[in-house]
Design a protein around this ligand. Structure first.
Ligand SMILES: Nc1ncnc2c1ncn2[C@@H]1O[C@H](COP(=O)(O)OP(=O)(O)OP(=O)(O)O)[C@@H](O)[C@H]1O
Length: 363
């Protein structure tokens, strides 16, 4: 079949293109130019321009057509600006979800259809399993590479069209060995960083440049509103975090370890409280995406509320217009982060954690 491969210039998607070509498919490669090369080059990380050249070299070696798509403006508006906006609201965003949903699985996928492709493949580590006429999204075999949390917002239509050949690979070493065996120059290329458009790793610097108000100093207060310290900008804090609170925990009566319990963007106040007993049982989700038919009565499942965190048991129920999560044991959900629902390896759906969790937990 004719299949478009989303080629980042990294080893994963290069191996995907090679495997599909080896299987006899009519493979077309496409690379999105997502951000400015110049800035990334200065920072000394691998740059977008270099990645495009690597993808092109792999395509040449495999003798497949290769397109480069200028998606810089779209990526800036739909991913980077929204990332900054979210911090300015006091949230902790997940830009990879926005990127997968917009630029990759809407724009590039649309281009694949226009080119007459029957599917689009990426190098994501997840499995797509067809069962009884429906398509399911699952965690990969190699759980250390699991990207399913970042793909919860994939619609059923998109999932139908997508392929993830690396989900079945035992580990990354096997992927690199495959790249070497196929003679791909990217076999030993280092893995990409967490947030691709922040090559220095200092995301707060970028957010403060785009939304200067997020870098303004402000007060750190306790639950009673007493000022216990000062902070250097809300973008540097996340609900649940204890870092960057200095010696604040020693200033409490019992010296209990403190953490951020709320970020109020309007007053620029960071609220802290003792770690013990600070968790919440109930919170709401927005932009819910279901990958199963959930039914009216709600479902019992496991949820993961951060990218790298163990799952927790919960009930998910529809209450009026809201999707409400009720955890068996309290946790610290951070507004803006994803809450992904699982049954074993199966992704059932997910949504973004909203900021109205306090009102919810009070009920
Ligand atoms: N600039 C891009 N153009 C086209 N596809 C991309 C681009 N960036 C990422 N992708 C696709 O999304 C997948 C997951 O992206 P991610 O940034 O997580 O890459 P990765 O796991 O480091 O994989 P790779 O080794 O292929 O870079 C890639 O394997 C690729 O299929």
């Amino acid at each position: 079949m004719r299949i478009l491969v989303a080629m980042s210039g990294g080893v994963d998607s290069s191996v995907v293109a090679a495997l599909l070509k080896q299987e006899g498919h009519d493979v077309i490669g496409a690379t999105l130019q997502l951000y400015d090369h110049g800035e990334a080059t200065k920072a000394g990380s691998c740059c977008a321009g270099r990645d495009i050249m690597d993808a092109r070299a792999v395509a040449d070696r495999l003798d497949i057509p290769h397109y480069v798509i200028d998606a810089e403006e779209r990526f800036r508006n739909s991913v980077i600006e929204r990332f900054a906006d979210s911090y300015a609201r006091g949230e902790t965003p997940v830009p990879c979800v926005a990127c997968n949903q917009g630029v990759k699985f809407t724009d590039l996928l649309g281009m694949a259809r226009d080119l007459g492709c029957e599917a689009m493949a990426t190098g994501h580590y997840v499995r797509r399993i067809e069962k009884d006429g429906t398509v399911e999204l699952h965690r990969p075999v190699d759980l250390s590479r699991d990207q399913s949390w970042f793909l919860f917002a994939t619609t059923r239509d998109q999932l139908d069209f997508l392929r993830f050949p690396l989900g079945a690979m035992p580990d990354k070493d096997a992927v690199r060995a495959k790249a070497e065996e196929l003679g791909l120059a990217v076999a030993t290329k280092p893995d990409s960083q967490d947030i691709c458009f922040v090559p220095t790793g200092s995301y707060a610097g970028l957010v403060e440049k785009l939304r200067p108000e997020t870098g303004a100093a402000g007060e750190i207060v306790n639950a009673d509103g007493d000022i216990v310290g000062r902070h250097d900008g809300i973008a540097r804090y996340t609900v649940g975090q204890s870092k960057r609170l200095g010696d604040i925990h020693t200033q409490t009566k019992d010296g209990a370890r403190q953490m951020v319990t709320r970020i109020d963007a309007t007053t620029r106040r960071i609220v802290v409280g003792p770690r013990q007993g600070a968790g919440r049982h109930r919170f709401r989700l927005r932009d819910m995406n279901w990958l199963i038919d959930a039914g009216e009565e709600g479902i019992r499942c496991s949820v993961q509320i951060r990218a790298r965190e163990a799952v927790r048991e919960a009930w998910i129920r529809q209450e009026g217009n809201h999707t409400v999560v009720t955890l068996d044991e309290a946790a610290m959900p951070a507004p803006g982060q994803a809450c992904v629902l699982y049954r074993d390896s199966h992704v059932l759906g997910g949504g973004f954690i909203t900021a109205d969790i306090e009102e919810e937990s009070a009920q």
